[in-house]
Design a binder for this molecule. Structure first.
Ligand SMILES: Cc1ncc(COP(=O)(O)OP(=O)(O)O)c(N)n1
Ligand SMILES: Cc1nc(C(=O)O)sc1CCOP(=O)(O)O
Ligand SMILES: [Mg+2]
Length: 215
């Protein structure tokens, strides 16, 4: 995938694991979200009741297959071995995970996404070979318990003003009320968990977000 294709894929990025699905089957939630217009998916199995071992591998394989059938890039959060086992399209790592340069080297053919919270971290991620950045939290979130303080879309604007041209998504507390502000600040897309996975109707929630992002 070239950089322009990646920018498009990042437009509406669903990040999700089974703890985010309010008891629904994550497969059904993902399928509905794809029907509603998501453009990229990250398996992030974290939080109370998170699956591990063979159960996680089995869920990952089902979700991976669905993404392949529907031509949705499939990214794995944090776990290089799982990403390889599932033949993922990419991996997302944060500042507390393995160093981006080492991951880039070990997984030369995967998309490597890196979390960056300020211009310095964005410059380092670029130098280490990141393909895209996740910048957050944009707004207060209850999904990631160890999230930093909300920085607002101004953090993205500062990265763009500082010369960062890498594909970039905002994440954290994003929903239909604030997604447009994140795009206006310079993001290529928005990454959401609860606004879709926690919605009563994930397809409609994805449709509503998608319609805002293509104005
Ligand atoms: C697209 C995207 N952006 C940021 C993150 C957060 O990654 P990280 O800081 O490593 O935190 P965890 O998700 O691992 O708890 C992300 N997952 N995706
Ligand atoms: C996975 C994640 N990363 C964040 C960061 O700031 O890097 S915030 C976050 C959780 C986003 O969940 P929701 O859309 O429900 O707020
Ligand atoms: Mg991480």
């Amino acid at each position: 995938m070239n950089q322009e294709e990646l920018r498009k894929a990042l437009r509406l990025y669903l990040v999700m694991g089974s703890p985010n699905c309010s008891g629904a089957d994550p497969y059904d939630v993902l399928e509905a979200a794809i029907d509603g217009g998501i453009t990229m998916f990250q398996l992030r199995e974290k939080g109370p009741g998170a699956l591990q071992g063979p159960a996680l591998l089995a869920l990952g394989a089902r979700l991976r297959r669905l993404c392949a059938q529907r031509a949705i890039p499939f990214i794995v959060n944090d776990d290089e071995r799982l990403a390889l086992e599932l033949e993922a399209d990419g991996i997302h790592i944060g500042q507390e995970d393995a160093p981006a340069a080492a991951v880039r080297k070990r997984l030369p053919n995967m998309i490597v996404g890196v979390s960056a919270h300020d211009l310095g971290e964005a410059q380092s991620a670029l130098a280490e070979g990141a393909d895209y950045l996740g910048v957050g939290p944009q707004y207060a979130t209850r999904t990631k318990l160890d999230a930093r303080e909300a920085q607002g879309p101004a953090g993205i604007a500062r990265m763009r003003a500082g010369g960062i041209q890498l594909p970039l998504v905002g994440i954290g507390g994003i929903d239909a009320t604030n997604a447009s502000a994140v795009i206006r600040a310079g993001a290529d897309g928005v990454a959401v968990v609860s606004a879709i996975a926690g919605a009563r109707a994930p397809r409609e929630a994805a449709e509503a977000l998608s319609s805002l992002l293509y104005l």
